[in-house]
Design a protein around this ligand. Structure first.
Ligand code: PRT
Ligand code: ZN
Length: 223
């Protein structure tokens, strides 16, 4: 494959991370002309383009070399890393970006007796993060059934399809609305700049270094 001479960054097309990610890139001096189908945004000043996709697709696109970098939640990046087959190129978290903060937590029905992780033994736990949950259960030495759901995880206990959940929490409002209580935090998450383990050995590597420098400047000013 001919190396691309423009940098390509994958980011969420429409969701919580879209606006703050665009704002951050703008502060780094990058501006984009949005194409009509809104999948691809052409960089105006610099040779940096955007690919607008579902957040779940971002790690795979970097791993396949379709994109050089991605802006994605640590939760999505780490779940992908857990599930990626050994032959896939390793991905790294290059920078935490300070927005999209949330945590991946265990929550149980408010009336369930719960003191410690071993109380989950033999129970069913619903989640969209089976890799991260399985890893945590292993570390805790707890044997439980992981029920993988694509969405609406918080209603699983009420529906009787699970005894507890492992889901993203921000304000905690969703848990309260579903009579659940947070018990353990598995991961503190925020949006991160993700990329391959090593910089590409061509011009794109230099462009990434330049972008990282600008990013560090912007993040420092904001802190
Ligand atoms: O379409 P696409 O697949 O791209 O979007 P998506 O629906 O998968 O993602 P989106 O936009 O909901 O979230 C993108 C990223 O934002 C996540 O991967 C997280 O890294 C981050 N983020 C930050 C959150 C939240 N906060 C958050 N609160 N993602 C989801 N939530 C949900 C959570 O799943 C739960 O349903 O909000 C609810 C909890 O919020 P509280 O405030 O009630 O606790
Ligand atoms: Zn998603």
């Amino acid at each position: 494959m001919k190396p691309r001479d423009r940098l390509r960054i994958a980011m969420q097309k429409s969701g919580r991370l879209t606006e703050p990610a665009l704002e951050l890139l703008k502060r780094c001096g990058l501006t984009f002309r949005q194409s009509r189908d809104k999948l691809f945004c052409f960089g105006e000043g610099e040779p940096v383009d955007l690919l607008l996709v579902r957040d779940d697709d971002i790690p795979g696109l970097i791993s396949q070399g379709v994109c050089d970098l991605g802006i994605v939640g640590r939760n999505v990046l780490n779940e992908y890393r857990r599930g990626a087959d050994g032959d896939a190129p390793a991905l790294a978290e290059w920078r935490p970006l300070g927005f999209g903060r949330c945590r991946l937590s265990i929550a149980v029905p408010q009336d369930m007796e719960y003191r410690e992780p071993s109380d989950l033994g033999g129970r069913r736990i619903a989640t969209s993060y089976p890799g991260l949950l399985s890893e945590w259960l292993k570390v805790q030495d707890v044997s439980a059934t992981v029920v993988t759901l694509a969405g609406s995880v918080e209603i699983a206990p009420k529906l009787g399809t699970a005894d507890a959940i492992c889901d993203l929490v921000q304000s905690g409002g969703t848990l309260v609305a579903n009579q659940l209580r947070e018990t353990d935090v598995l991961l503190q998450s925020e949006a991160v700049l993700a990329g391959p383990d090593a910089l590409p050995a061509d011009e794109r590597g230099d462009m990434i270094e330049l972008l990282l420098k600008r990013l560090d400047g912007v993040i420092q000013v904001r802190e």
